[in-house]
Design a protein around this ligand. Sequence first.
Ligand code: GH3
Ligand code: MG
Ligand code: MG
Length: 324
Amino acid sequence: VTADLARTIKESETKRDVILIVDDDPSNRLLLKEILTSNGYEVKMARKGGEALNMVQEDPPSAVILDVLLPDMNGLQICRKMKSSKQTRFIPIVLLTALRGNQERIQGIEAGADDFISKPVHRVELITRIKSLVRIKRLNEILEQKVEELEAVKEKLKTLAVTDGLTAVYNYRAFRRQLKHEISRSKRFRMPVSLLIIDIDHFKEYNDQFGHLNGDRALQQFASLLKKNIREIDCLARYGGEEFTVILPGTDKRSSAFVAEKLRGLIEKANFALMDRTESSRITVSIGAATYPDDAEDEETLIHLTDQALYQAKRNGRNRFVLV
Ligand code: GH3
Ligand code: MG
Ligand code: MG
């Protein structure tokens, strides 16, 4: 990480920095320009405040050297404008002040100026100030970019932590968290929540017949078919192997039977594509269903009873659902 950061800083340092000079006095402008260009900076110039503000918006420079007295606008006003805009507030501003300009400096700091140079301009002083300000700006930008990158990685990790790698639906961990959440909501709002556990019938044979890779593909197609046929608020998860769970918030026993039967019929009719084969395959499922609070007082019991109903569906001959 440090090596990466060092490289980023080095890369950003090889770019030529553009300094904007804002001064209405031509000889002053030329002097500043000469000092900066002979030190490797690119220079842009503006005579008036309005012109300077436009240039800063259109193509943000690495720093601005700003005379306090300008024909159309006070330098302090420009400072305030630049520092209040999201786009330009990180551009360093050096104010050109009179030698004994203490009052000006205090006002300058209040307006957001980053540094001061007094007239007549001293070469070395100007260059050292500009150098360090440009460097700070660059580091700020890199820092901001790194923070953004980290945030993106954090989001990605968060998603990965709750997602099943094969089917991209929620994983077991997310299922447990979601069930807990829905049951406590259900308690609060006195609404039922139903749980389905769906297990593919004879999936071992499916693997034996079509191969494990086709088995994996079937699981993927299976999961996306289920996902497409439940509501947005329902939560589909891979419980493990070829077992899936669906949490149905706000769904009572009767409605859960309706959903279970709908999903069972859907799977029974679906064609599952196979690799390297033109024909497709068929799958059936057995489903156990239970409802909170009718059947159980807590999530452990709810899962246990749903599992027992599933077992019963298997014993009754598969390709069917059983309610607790
Ligand atoms: P039934 O549920 O109808 O009783 O029979 P079954 O053969 O489906 O049941 P069992 O639980 O004994 O076997 C489940 C099989 O599912 C075992 C395993 O080969 C297969 N399986 C589990 N996870 C995966 C997976 O990620 N990919 C593939 N291809 N197969 C899997
Ligand atoms: Mg099975
Ligand atoms: Mg199983």
